[in-house]
Design a protein around this ligand. Structure first.
Ligand code: PHE
Length: 347
């Protein structure tokens, strides 16, 4: 058989097989066998030197034309497979089926609670301020009346970064920054943000969030502090919440108080369902919720304010508030990024 006859036979065989191909895969394997780099057509073309020199150009032309034609047929067949598939899926389309809603993100519960706390305090006139998490020893300790080597520093062990920097252990350094910036009273600020300590269990995490509050003005008293905190906690937990101040100690406030609120689970009774002691407040009826006090004159002196100024400060743990608000008993849930948990706080 002449080369040209073999070429025609190959082309005819390809066309017939393509018409019979039942799938994209079959058509593709035909492409490999005939049109591929080592396919039948390539083999025929490599036999060109067998021909007398004057027949070679005609054969070369015929072979190229055949290759182009077969390629076009193949593309057409593939396109028709695709059209069939599209048609089939269209006929399976049921417009009466309920739609699939796109998944929506939501704010983290800690963010939600922090924003709510800030909103309540902003409404009272406190301005939100922001500052660094990598803080100087001066702002975090020294200016807040923690002398070097004072045992009060022990409670606030943290990550030390060198060069006198540390991860702030509380938001109280923002009191120092706010007063240094304003230079004189009045100052009414809140500072939400992350803080760091060496702690880890079901109620403590090495990173957590606080909101700091500071008011410095004429004749500010403990009564103003009580009024602001009562308003804040009633807005957060409901109008029946009662507050209790217990004497405490912070180097930067004098007097210092630990603020308790009536237990939001047993409503202050200490009992749950009959005679069982309430587990959340351990039967006391009270929950420790934040630290506060009157700004110590030593802090005013450190920031260049008149030490006879008056002011109050408070610092509250956001996770603690969120746990009580949402009835969550393991703080670690906040940081595990489990969508089943986080998805429950869609506003
Ligand atoms: N900074 C204190 C703490 O983290 C809380 C606090 C803030 C206490 C302001 C008094 C005044 O424990």
């Amino acid at each position: 058989m002449t080369l040209i006859a073999e070429l025609e036979r190959t082309a005819a065989g390809f066309t017939a097989a393509l018409a019979d191909a039942a799938s994209v895969a079959e058509a593709e394997s035909l492409r490999n066998a005939v049109l591929g780099r080592k396919g039948e057509l390539a083999v025929l073309m490599s036999r060109l030197p067998e021909l007398p020199a004057d027949e070679r150009p005609a054969f070369g032309k015929a072979a190229n034309a055949a290759k182009e034609r077969l390629n076009r047929l193949l593309e057409e067949r593939l396109a028709s497979f695709k059209a069939e598939a599209d048609g089939a899926s269209l006929s399976r389309f049921d417009p009466s089926m309920p739609g699939r809603m796109p998944e929506r993100g939501s704010l983290h519960p800690v963010t939600l609670v922090m924003e709510e706390i800030c909103r309540i305090l902003n409404n009272l006139g406190f301005e939100t301020v922001d500052g660094p998490e990598a803080e100087t020893d001066f702002h975090n300790f020294e200016a807040l009346n923690f002398p070097k080597d004072h045992p009060a520093r022990d409670m606030q062990d943290t990550l030390f970064l060198g060069d006198g920097l540390l991860m702030r252990t509380h938001t109280s350094p923002m009191q120092v920054r706010a007063m240094l910036e304003r230079k004189k009273p009045p100052v009414a600020v809140i500072a939400p943000g992350k803080v760091y300590r060496r702690d880890y269990d079901v109620t403590h995490s090495p990173m957590f969030h606080q909101v700091e509050g500071l008011l410095v003005d004429d004749a500010v008293s403990l009564a103003h502090l009580r009024g602001v905190l009562t308003h804040l906690l009633c807005e957060l937990f409901g109008p029946d919440v009662a507050l209790r101040f217990r004497p405490s100690f912070f180097p930067f406030t004098e007097p210092s108080v630990e603020v308790d609120m009536s237990c939001v689970i047993c409503r202050g009774s200490g009992r749950k369902s009959g005679e069982d002691a309430c587990r959340v407040c351990k039967g006391t009826g009270w929950l420790e919720i934040l630290g506060a006090g009157m700004v110590d004159p030593a802090v005013f002196a450190a920031v260049g304010f008149d030490p006879s100024c008056t002011g109050f400060a408070f610092g509250l743990g956001v996770e603690r508030v969120a746990m009580l608000k949402y009835g969550i008993d393991d703080l670690r849930l906040f940081f595990e990024n489990d969508l089943r948990f986080l998805g429950r706080f869609v506003k």
